[in-house]
Each structure stands twice: as C-alpha cells, then as structure tokens.
Design a binder for this molecule. Structure first.
Ligand code: ADP
Ligand code: MG
Length: 444
C-alpha cells in the first residue's frame, strides 16, 4: 500500500460514519502530506479547519487510521496551507466567485412586515415601543435591543419592521438582517473557504445588524465567538444591534457567559401572548389583506380556539379561506372545527399546572400538597423542580404564574428550578428518562 492510500482509505472509512454534508465540508478539502513513524500529516485549507477537525473528529480519524495501518497508535497533525497576507486575501476574494451565501450582499428584509401592519395590544406594546424607538433613533436609543417572546408572537415581524423603517428613512444605511442560523452558516463557509478576514470586514462595516432567533447560537461555540466580536465592534461604534430570541437570556444554556451578559446590556423587551382583542384585530387585518371573507362566528371560533401562536392562527385562516374558495361551500363553525381538527387538538391541547403537579407527585410518590408546600426536604425539592420545569415547558404560564401555582413562590425560584433541571437532564440520563416519561404521560 502506498502511503497516500492510507488517507484515501481512511477517508472512505470516515465517510461511512458521517453525514455527507459534514464530510463534504470538512474532509473533502483535506489532502495527504506524509506518513512516517506512526505520524500522519494531513494538509488542511487553513488553521480553523485544522482546529475544527482536531476538536471534533480526532478520535474518529485516529480510529480509522489505526484500522488501516494496523499500528498501535497513530498521531495526526493537521498542517494548514500557508496562511495568506491580508491584502492578498482581499484580492483573492475579489477574484473568486464563491457560491456560498457569504458574499450575497443584500440581505433582504421581509417587506411584508412593517410597523403599519403590526397590531399593538397590551401583550406587545412594550416591545413595539422599544422597536419603534430604535427604528426612529438608531444608535441613540437602546443598544442592543433584545426582543424576547414565544414562537409565532411577532418577533420576526417587529425586527423586520425596524429594518424597514430605517431603510425607508435613510436609504443609504447598510443594514443586515439575518437569522442566527444564517450567521452560523456564514461562519462555517468563511472557515471552509478561508474567508474569515472578508467575513469580519463585512460585519464590521455595516450600520445596523438585525439578528433573528438568536437561541440558535446555543452550543455553537465558533459562531458565538464570531458574533461576540462582531457585536463588540458594532457596539463600540454606536451602531445598533437588535436581536430576537424565544428564550430569555438567562434561560439560554450553552451560551457563553460573556455573550449572555452582552444581551443584557441594553433593553430586553418581551412579547406576551396576545389577549382576545389583539388576536381578533390581527386576524381581521389578515383576512382583509388576503381577501378572505369568513362569517363572524367562524372568526370568533378561531380566535377562541387558537391562543398561543399567531402564525398558527393565520395558518388556520388561510386554510379555511382556501377551502371555501376551492369548494365553493360556505364555511360554518362546524366545518371549521372539522377542517382544523388536527391543528387545534395538537397545538392547543392544554396541559394544566394541576395535571403536571398531579402526575409528578404520583410518579415520585409524594403528596400533592407537599409539592406545593415550602418544605425543603430532599425528597421534595427535586420533584418540585421537575414539576416547575414541566410547567414551563408544557404550559404558557410565565415564571411568576408558575410560582403562584406552587404556593406563592418567587419567580426567581422557578427560574432557578428550570435551569437546574435543564442542566441535570444533560448530565443524568435517568432524570432525562423520567422527564420524558412524564411529558409523554401528560401529552397522552
Ligand atoms: P415569531 O418570529 O415570534 O415566531 P412572527 O413574527 O413570524 O413570529 O409572527 C408570526 C405571524 O404572526 C406573522 O405572519 C406576523 O405577521 C403575525 N403577527 C404577529 N404579531 C402580530 C401583530 N402584533 N400584528 C400583526 N401581525 C402579527
Ligand atoms: Mg421568527
């Protein structure tokens, strides 16, 4: 066997153990360099690639190579291709058309979402006011602005509205809107294609950065690091950064502390679940925009049945509208119930805190009154924390509301409980099994 075959065969073995995208991204660009005395040198496009392979796939690579060489042990070195000078790098970027998203300059805001069509109600007026303040006075008001709220409650709408407002008033302003997932993809592409310098340049030179769904950064260390640097650079230059998340900064595990604390520097504005009137107003506006005509009692039925997610509410409206126009049948409440059976029972089957407390105390064989009590004996603390955690996961109750259900505990106690269980669950698979079993029982 020629030495070079060691790596080729190694790659074939490795490929079997990996998802194809990952293989293409990290292993495809590597080449064999040398093999001597139990040491294999592999050439990688750059230092980042080498570090990435080393941290994430060292064991896998070593096993494959031991398998092929039949050596007792194998050491692998990742040798970066020569790092280029900055100026040269810029040149190369100009020449090389890269198919990744990295150089797709204009990140489009979603034109559908603006302040004019955002309905303001008690559940979102604070977030709306904060967003408007940033849009009217970018850089001079809250920085960063962190919009926090449950899924489908208007975060993406608001963050786009900010961009839209600024772009309309100042067409020259360079705004980037993207999701944390897209940001992560860009980081990966930049590493992969050796364009980190261009990546940094691009983000340091904008006037406003809007990042949606920041919870996606959880556990993505390299992206967090890059975002951290980007954030600092913009912040120091008084350029506004707006972020949205469906998790409160404190709830975001696997986010580095230094980044978490940045999230809290400016203003955190939350969006709550909309009340009846707000849902009604949003649905009516949507019906008008989409030119869908439904009888008043059907609208009422929808607004009543779907409370926790406006996207689902709008989806139901569209479905009924489509059904009506395709079949020509008039939509009645009965028909609506039938058409939306799946949507409504799935999304809105309400699990109550009572049911959770009952199931949890039964599981741990403690008394229901004890789970709500203030007693801090060891056999009670954990079940109580599990029950609080489940309330947070399975109901729409806020921390203070959950506290109330547990005999008037402070919201910080509930927050602590949720984080505690979240952490323990990762470490102890038994606890994870218990929690999963309880969720299953409650959902059944
Ligand atoms: P999130 O990003 O919080 O998951 P979105 O911003 O995507 O939610 O909102 C879901 C849908 O609900 C969108 O179509 C959005 O336009 C609509 N929506 C949410 N809140 C409002 C509101 N206050 N006024 C009008 N439409 C809203
Ligand atoms: Mg969103």
């Amino acid at each position: 066997m020629e030495n070079i075959d060691i790596w080729n065969k190694g790659l074939t073995l490795i490929k079997k153990n990996l998802n194809n995208d990952i293989f293409e991204l990290w292993f495809k660009p590597t080449t064999f360099k040398s093999y001597d005395n139990g040491e294999v040198n592999i050439s990688v496009p750059n230092r980042y690639c080498g570090e990435w392979l080393k941290t994430n796939y060292y064991g896998l690579i070593r096993d494959a190579l031991i398998n092929i060489t039949q050596e007792k042990d194998i050491k692998i070195n990742f040798v970066p291709a020569k790092e280029r000078e900055k100026t040269e790098e810029t040149e190369i970027i100009k020449q090389a058309p890269v198919k990744s998203t990295l150089f797709q300059e204009k990140r489009m805001l979603n034109k559908k979402y603006n302040f004019e069509n955002f309905i303001v109600g008690p559940s979102n007026q604070f977030a709306h006011a904060a967003a408007l303040a940033v849009a009217e006075n970018p850089g001079k008001s809250y920085n960063p602005l962190f919009i926090y709220g449950g899924v489908g409650l208007g975060k993406t709408h608001l963050i786009n509205a900010i961009g839209d407002h600024v772009a309309r008033n100042k067409p020259d302003v360079k705004i980037i809107y993207l999701t944390a997932e897209q940001f992560t993809n860009e980081v990966v592409a930049a590493i992969r294609y050796d364009k980190m310098y261009a990546f940094k340049e691009k983000y340091r030179n904008i006037d406003m950065l809007l990042v949606d769904d920041i919870q996606f950064f959880s556990g993505k260390d390299k992206s967090q690091e890059e975002f951290f640097y980007t954030f600092n650079a913009l912040y120091e230059a008084h350029r506004p950064v707006v972020m949205s998340s469906d998790k409160y900064p404190k709830e975001m595990l696997k986010i580095e502390e230094r980044l978490r604390s940045r999230f809290e520097w400016g203003l955190i504005a939350d969006i709550q679940q909309p009340d009846f009137e707000t849902r009604m107003a949003i649905l009516k506006q949507k019906a008008e925009l989409e030119n869908i005509k439904l009888p008043e009692d059907v609208i009422l039925f929808l607004v009543d049945a779907i409370k926790t997610n406006i996207r689902v509410l709008e989806g139901a409206l569209i479905r009924l509208g489509a059904y009506g126009s395709l079949t020509g049948k008039p939509i009645t409440v009965e028909l609506a119930k039938d058409i939306l059976k799946a949507t409504i029972s799935e999304k809105e089957k309400t699990i109550t805190s009572d049911a959770i407390q009952k199931a949890t105390s039964e599981y741990f064989q403690i008394k229901l009154v004890e789970i709500k009590s203030k007693k801090r004996t060891k056999n009670l603390v954990m079940p109580r924390q599990v029950a609080m955690y489940l309330c947070r996961e399975l109901t729409a109750l806020s921390y203070p509301e959950i506290g109330k259900c547990f005999g008037g505990k402070d919201h910080t106690t509930v927050m602590h409980a949720c984080r505690q269980i979240e952490k323990l669950k990762e470490k102890e698979s038994r606890l994870k099994d218990i929690v999963d079993a309880l969720i299953k029982t409650l959902k059944a």
